[in-house]
Design a protein around this ligand. Structure first.
Ligand code: ARG
Length: 457
């Protein structure tokens, strides 16, 4: 048993399995810095509260900085009795500065302490993730710029649909990332609220100045209710659902690239592929399959932790300790996925010939219908006529672009000589020149918009 284990109230010893079951040190030790920073701020407040003298406060802070230095240089030695990062740090502080260390926790509880640490950590990591997402966007914009001239098939239902620009496809995967960044930034002010000074549940009995605690720690404000402050994990849930949506987006991107890679339209860098232990010819797009695969567990973590919360009575319950493993896994996975996706995008080669080979004249059937629309025929009619042309080509074992003018006119007399100009992928793409379309200008505009977004953040 550690600091808060068998103490005054306890006599029997704890089942060793219980000790392991109860401990969170193996995973919450990553919050060592946030924990010590929270304590340093609290030690400052203790003077204002009249609990310690100025000198004692300085002693406490000096000791806390020593503990921090040990974590920093890797010399901090954990003991079996260290239940979590809070007890470990306080134990070490007291070893270093003596009984004065026992004054630090006056009026504070691990309940407000852990909520404070976790919020500080989440905010730090959310900001770091934004940075990596911006790198991903930059890589996407660069590739889109390099490939904006390349025409490729666009699909619906995985069926060839209409020609598009390769850069347009890339930018289609950047738009959701822009929204994901906006969403992530919106989470930060809600997470960045201070629970410290709420005690175990009822508040602080020594009139702590919570506004001081908040500003000293860089929080944007204080949580207004002590019961809520110690048990609110909305900020964890928000991150979990946020990351599950981001990973779904990266998964969709990965699936597209897996298919293109299969057709050798894009070549994944060796840095993101692996070979087979048996088949020498293999180069598998593992990075992409993992990107696709991670999204499933991400959603599982979000749903799982929300289920953990749903029946909890006010206020702190040990169930809440389950937040951290889930959260840390989600943060780590997010950082990995974003960097891998950026790396894949930054290194993949596009084979314009192979990509172009995927185009087929049937993808211009809509353009054929539009040709007659421009001659005044209602679209519902032209859709039908173009469909009949597709059927004729199929029946005669050719493609619609190879039919003669006479064959076309046999379907509809309004086809004229200039219909042959329809069979041009470039022109088809260039006609899609309104905002968000796949014309060169429109794709360039999309890239500029995202680049401006990156600069403004
Ligand atoms: N390790 C605990 C957690 O992660 C810290 C809070 C413990 N509080 C308590 N009353 N047992 O939630």
């Amino acid at each position: 048993g550690g600091l808060f284990g068998p103490g005054g109230r306890f006599s029997g010893s704890v089942d060793p399995v219980m000790e392991k079951f109860n401990a969170s040190i193996s995973f919450d030790k990553r919050m060592w810095e946030e924990d010590i920073n929270g304590s340093i701020t609290y030690a400052r407040a203790l003077v204002q509260m009249g609990v310690v003298t100025k000198e004692e406060s300085e002693e406490l802070i000096k000791g806390l900085n020593l503990v921090k230095a040990e974590w920093g240089d890797g010399s901090f030695v954990l003991k079996d009795s260290d239940e979590d990062i809070h007890t470990a740090n306080e134990r070490r502080l007291t070893e270093l500065i003596g009984p004065l260390g026992g004054k630090l926790h006056t009026g504070r509880s691990r309940n407000d302490q852990v909520a404070t640490d976790t919020r500080l950590y989440v905010v730090k990591m959310e900001r770091a993730i934004v940075g990596h997402l911006l790198d991903l966007l930059s890589a996407g914009c660069k590739l889109a710029g390099e490939t904006k001239e390349i025409l490729c098939p666009g699909y619906t239902h995985l069926q060839p649909a209409q020609p598009i620009r390769f850069g347009h496809w890339i930018m289609s995967h950047m738009s959701p990332i822009v929204r994901d960044i906006e969403r992530l930034i919106e989470l930060i002010p809600r997470a960045n609220q201070c629970p410290l000074g709420c005690g175990a549940l009822a508040g602080n009995a020594f009139s702590v100045d919570r506004e001081f605690l908040a500003s000293d720690l860089g929080f944007e404000g204080v949580l207004p209710n002590s019961l809520d402050a110690v048990c609110d994990r909305d900020f964890v849930v928000e991150f979990l659902f946020w990351h599950s949506l981001l990973l779904s987006h990266l998964s969709q991107f990965a699936e597209d690239v897996i298919i293109m890679n299969l057709k050798k339209e894009v070549i994944i860098s060796d840095a993101y592929a692996t070979g087979s232990s048996l088949m020498p010819q293999k180069k598998n797009p593992d990075a992409l399959e993992l990107l696709r695969g991670k999204a499933g567990m991400a959603l599982g973590r979000a749903v799982g932790f929300t289920a953990t919360l749903k029946g909890l009575p006010r206020a702190y319950n040990k169930d809440l300790q389950e937040d951290k493993k889930t959260l840390f896994e989600s943060i780590d996975t997010t950082l990995d996925c974003v960097q891998i996706a950026a790396g894949v995008i930054g290194t993949m080669k596009v084979d314009s010939e192979k990509v172009g080979a995927g185009l087929c004249m049937e993808m211009l059937a809509t353009d054929l219908a539009d040709y007659l629309v421009r001659k005044g025929v209602p679209f519902r009619e032209t859709h039908h006529i173009s469909g009949a042309v597709v059927r004729l080509a199929e029946e005669t074992g050719t493609n619609i672009g190879s039919l003669t003018l006479e064959q076309l006119q046999a379907v509809d007399g309004r086809f004229e000589e200039d219909v042959m100009k329809v069979w041009n992928y470039e022109q088809s793409v260039e006609r899609k020149n309104s905002t968000g379309g796949t014309s060169l200008k429109s794709v360039e505009d999309q890239i500029v918009k995202v680049e401006t977004f990156i600069e403004k953040i």
